[in-house]
Ligand binder design. Structure first.
Ligand SMILES: [Zn+2]
Ligand SMILES: [Zn+2]
Length: 348
């Protein structure tokens, strides 16, 4: 192994550079991971455009990741050299109220790799073994890098406790909406309706298992739910678009006494109809990232063939073409789902 490596650094919005630095020394309790793939998501894109409220520059990105263990620090058990892994990017304090009550995804001092702390976009990454989750030997590195967004949707799906047999409506057909549709089905929902204003995205959602895919620029959301599910409409509505229009649709058409889960990140304060929310006694819930058990479920569901990730992989770019990846996303917004960076394209 070489002594130095390349690391990605975004020095300012829209400007990606690379620097050569020493390969990190593995500390007690850590492992060294040779990074294979990194996925780019909506939050990364906000950082690229200088629109991420809690990220400052310079920053090394990379929080959707897969790789291979190449070195073990002292005291590490349960992992071996050559093990395929993913890295859970949350850095939490372990001491605050949420941390000491099993909800470290809500740590009062939460930092996320690639945003408030160094991300994994480098040839090697030293990390606490506790943040490393093994992948099955037969899982590809491409799939491995998509477990992070899948864990988001597995966690989101579980925010509705009566999912088994439920009729589910999902607003928004981006990667998270489509992964959530698959997660809900895999976790027992009986039928899923998904909406968007892009026919391209809707047909993709249908091809991976959405039962109903409706273009809400042509059909009213309430009517679509009644046609699909009957007058009782959906048992739960997930908002994966996160704007006043979609949240407005959810509140207006939700069955009285049912639940809405806000999955997407709202860009700012919302203007929505709280009178109706209250009058219909709607349960408005939210969801934030994931915990380890969601990764475990995500891996199991992929392994059982209940979730398809390949159809969502739009394009690969070489590590040195990181900037080009963002340009590609900008030029192909409607048709781009997941773009992957091949930090190391080899599948070994
Ligand atoms: Zn992400
Ligand atoms: Zn904490």
């Amino acid at each position: 192994m070489e002594n130095t490596m390349i690391q990605q650094v975004m020095t300012e919005p829209g400007k990606i550079t690379f620097r050569r630095i020493p390969v990190p020394e593995v500390q007690e309790g850590q492992v060294l991971v040779k990074i294979k793939r990194i996925g780019i998501c909506g939050s990364d894109i906000h950082v690229y455009y200088g629109e991420h409220a809690t990220t400052s520059y310079p920053v090394t990105q990379g929080h959707e990741v897969s790789g291979k263990v190449v070195q073990l620090g002292g005291g590490v058990e349960g992992l071996h050299v050559g093990q395929k892994v993913t890295i859970e990017p949350q850095v939490y304090c372990g001491k605050c109220y949420p941390c000491t009550h099993g909800k470290y995804n809500l740590c009062e001092n939460l930092k996320v790799m690639g945003f408030q702390t160094t991300g994994t976009a480098s040839e090697y990454f030293a990390v606490d073994a506790s943040k490393v989750t093994p992948l099955p030997d037969d899982m590809g590195y491409d799939e491995g890098a998509m477990l992070e967004p899948l864990a988001v949707t597995v966690h989101a799906a579980k925010r509705f406790e009566q999912l088994k047999g439920a009729k589910v409506a999902i607003l928004g057909c981006g990667p998270i909406g489509i992964l959530l549709a698959q997660s809900c089905r895999a976790l027992g929902a009986s039928q899923v309706l998904i909406t968007d204003v892009s026919d391209y995205r809707l047909s993709l959602a249908k091809s991976v298992g959405a039962d109903f895919a409706v273009n809400t620029s042509e059909k009213d959301f309430g009517e679509a739910m009644t046609e699909a599910f009957g007058t009782d409409k959906a048992d739960v509505i997930y908002d994966c678009a996160g704007n006043n229009v979609t949240m407005g649709q959810a509140i207006k058409y939700a069955r009285k006494g049912s639940k809405i889960v806000l999955v997407a990140v709202f860009a700012g304060p919302a203007t929505v109809d709280l009178f109706t929310l209250n009058d219909h006694e709607l349960d408005l819930d939210t969801t934030m990232m994931y915990r380890h058990e969601d990764y475990v479920d995500a891996i199991r569901l992929v392994n059982e063939g209940k979730i398809q990730l390949k159809p969502l992989m739009s394009r690969h770019f070489a590590f040195e073409a990181y900037q080009k990846a963002y340009q590609y996303i900008e030029e192909n917004r409607e048709t781009t789902m997941k773009v992957l960076i091949d930090v190391d394209p080899a599948d070994d």
